[in-house]
Ligand binder design. Sequence first.
Ligand SMILES: *Cc1c(COP(=O)(O)O)cnc(C)c1O
Length: 392
Amino acid sequence: MAADAIPFNRPYATGKEADYIAGAIANSHLAGDGPFTRQCHRWIEEQAGCARALLTPSCTAALDLAALLLELEPGDEVIMPSFTFVSTANAFVLRGAVPVFVDIREDTLNLNERLIEAAITSRTRAIVPVHYAGVACEMDAISGIARRHDLRIVEDAAQGILASYKGRALGSIGDLGTLSFHETKNIICGEGGALLVNDRSLVARAEIIREKGTDRSRFFRGEIDKYTWQDVGSSLLPGDNTAAFLWAQLEQAQDITGKRIALWRTYHEMLSPLEQQGLLRRPIIPEDCQHNGHLYYVLLAPGIDREAVLDALKARGVHAVFHYVPLHSSPAGRRFGRAQGELPLTNGLSARLIRLPLWIGLGEVRQQRVCDSLDLVLRESSRRALRRSVAQ
Ligand SMILES: *Cc1c(COP(=O)(O)O)cnc(C)c1O
């Protein structure tokens, strides 16, 4: 990478992380559920208004925990988008369930709530809305469908911290929700995540599964005088040193989010002319959704060669990237899942999407360079696409 190249991501640190990790060492509590974990739990519970927040080693682990809590049986079906990260599906496949992939909406690239009911069968147990780019799915409609068909909702809010739908935090609307604190997300601790338990009846069992199937959480709270094996479980809690890092970020989460939204808006303004010229489409944010500046993507005009655009940007020192390869067309997706129809928007939109660099410290000068490069590269690509179509 050239010296002045603009990387896609640069993890942000508030400056307090090392101090707090030193604090965790000084506390002599490095295992899970120490003082820093408790502070993180309280912060998430207050911010999201969930019955219980539980830190996990990753969002993947939180999804695994959610799938265990739903007590799925082999052959049960779980409705989700195909345009998502593999962990959304893996968690349920590990329980023997079948992911049923439903197409996405053209505006938000989120699960299309209008197509869900057609995918429901007698085996359907749950819906997993994924809030792409921190923009909410249409949760009122999805909640209504879940109620009518007696289905559980697990929100994959990996990208959704401090984003909301009609004023409600993402991850706090379904029965369960999951967050990610992976280094590529807004609020980070290296690898980390959280399970948000909104249905109170699931709290006790969530604690047990997370603590190796024991009632150790109750023991530590002094509610019982010894702990024993109660249920299936695993070790799904991070050490307090990881929570210490996370606490340094949560303390400044509003500030971090504000800075990301400002960067997002700058791109949105700068790219308006390219949209007007028909070279790309910018993200669309429905009125009910407050996003969190998690990522800025554009959809290239149909016919433009995305790989050529990414290569040409790279040659100019701009590291833009594509996103998900739809799960229904991947080897494991075909083996374990089922697509509800042809998923034309999933196929079409995912192939046109590129994500632009967005990190705190990027600054307007670099953002201008990203947009100028994109302008140049897209003009050249669309001329080439036009020549190709004329020659045919
Ligand atoms: C990042 C991400 C995950 C996985 O998060 P990890 O913390 O890396 O396990 C799951 N789902 C979505 C939609 C994501 O963006």
